[in-house]
Design a protein around this ligand. Sequence first.
Ligand SMILES: Cc1cc2nc3c(=O)[nH]c(=O)nc-3n(C[C@H](O)[C@H](O)[C@H](O)COP(=O)(O)OP(=O)(O)OC[C@H]3O[C@@H](n4cnc5c(N)ncnc54)[C@H](O)[C@@H]3O)c2cc1C
Length: 392
Amino acid sequence: MKPRNLFDVAVVGAGMVGSACALALARSGLRVALVEEHAPTAWNAADEVDLRVVAIAPSSVALFERLDVWTAIRSARAGAYRRMYVWDSGSGAQIDFDAADGGSAELGFIVENRLIQHALWQALQAEPGVSLRCPARVVGTDDDGDTRVLRLDDDGRIVARLVVAADGASSPLRQLLGIGAGGHVYDQHALVAHVRTERPHEQTAWQRFLPGGTLAFLPLADGRCSIVWSLPPAECRRLREIDETTFLQELGCAFDFRLGPVLSTSARAEFPLRLLLAERYVAPRFALIGDAAHQVHPLAGQGVNLGLRDVDALVEAIGGDAERDAGAVTSLRRYERRRRSDNTISAWGMDGINRLFRSEFEPLVFARGLGLRAVNALGPLKQLIVRHAAGR
Ligand SMILES: Cc1cc2nc3c(=O)[nH]c(=O)nc-3n(C[C@H](O)[C@H](O)[C@H](O)COP(=O)(O)OP(=O)(O)OC[C@H]3O[C@@H](n4cnc5c(N)ncnc54)[C@H](O)[C@@H]3O)c2cc1C
């Protein structure tokens, strides 16, 4: 018998990754505590579409289906994309992917972060295996050998066999544990907004490589596109602040008027970008997941999808047996082995693509044009890329 105040796992952070993790662990039979500093904002269909959206890959949809939250998300406001069209302003080369080529109905979905968090939070509130501590902030942690203790800002304490930090890129827990993180700050910020174009988006995720960075038009369920435009910080600020008419003209021009003129825009927001990789994912009775372990360039829309794959791997490594010690070192090592190399390869892969396509060095522009055209002509290679992006 376990003491009543001892949890198998305490998850810190109820973002998309931490919430999915707490729910998945509880559904596998473990007793879970979830600590979050800020209660998630409720999602309402009548609200304006939130500016923060993510491209959700099939592997993430599969996890949400297993957690019984996908139907609620899908029916609320998720935009499917069935094609992806990418082209390079420098070489003029293009590549396109079609879900039908891989025998699927769609390549993924564009969903508001807030909607995903809301659906997970509702499921967590109804889940008897989860004890929610919100609002509460973790301010300290101690390893007691058989357990780890979390100290909270309200003087509370949580004792668990394992602490999972899903507390975001600046992860206070990663810092408390003294785990270093490598990487660099990009000389780019992301400008995001929702825009209406003259022609329909055709359920296609459009992306253009430009010397300053990538410009993506992602199809929203309401017919508009969500743009994510990576730019040098000064240029990003200028575009965020200029008047709407000039912005729409410059945006349409940068997008080569692929969907006709851009007719209107929502408010614009800006996010700094960085590559961050934790030097270790585990410590005694401790594991890092999601952005707390890795933060990647958004050009391939993979950040939260990688985090949700961490959840799958962690649950597989430690879940399923309520009698087993959830913080056993062998399970944690198995989790780290499965995820660290995949995340590292993905992060540096996106970094390499970002560098390659920003270059204006003629021989490189010529070579990448040849490369893109060759890949576009090779059906099996394209299918392999789609399968990788889908997390299969
Ligand atoms: C412009 C942009 C576009 C993006 N597009 C995509 C995309 O298309 N597809 C994709 O997969 N990813 C995308 N991403 C990445 C994605 O948004 C992130 O990977 C994801 O939001 C990270 O989720 P998380 O749950 O790991 O962390 P977070 O969302 O940062 O959650 C961390 C949580 O921990 C809580 N917390 C922190 N410290 C404490 C503490 N001490 N005590 C208690 N609680 C604490 C915080 O309040 C927060 O709720 C994009 C990112 C950007 C910037």
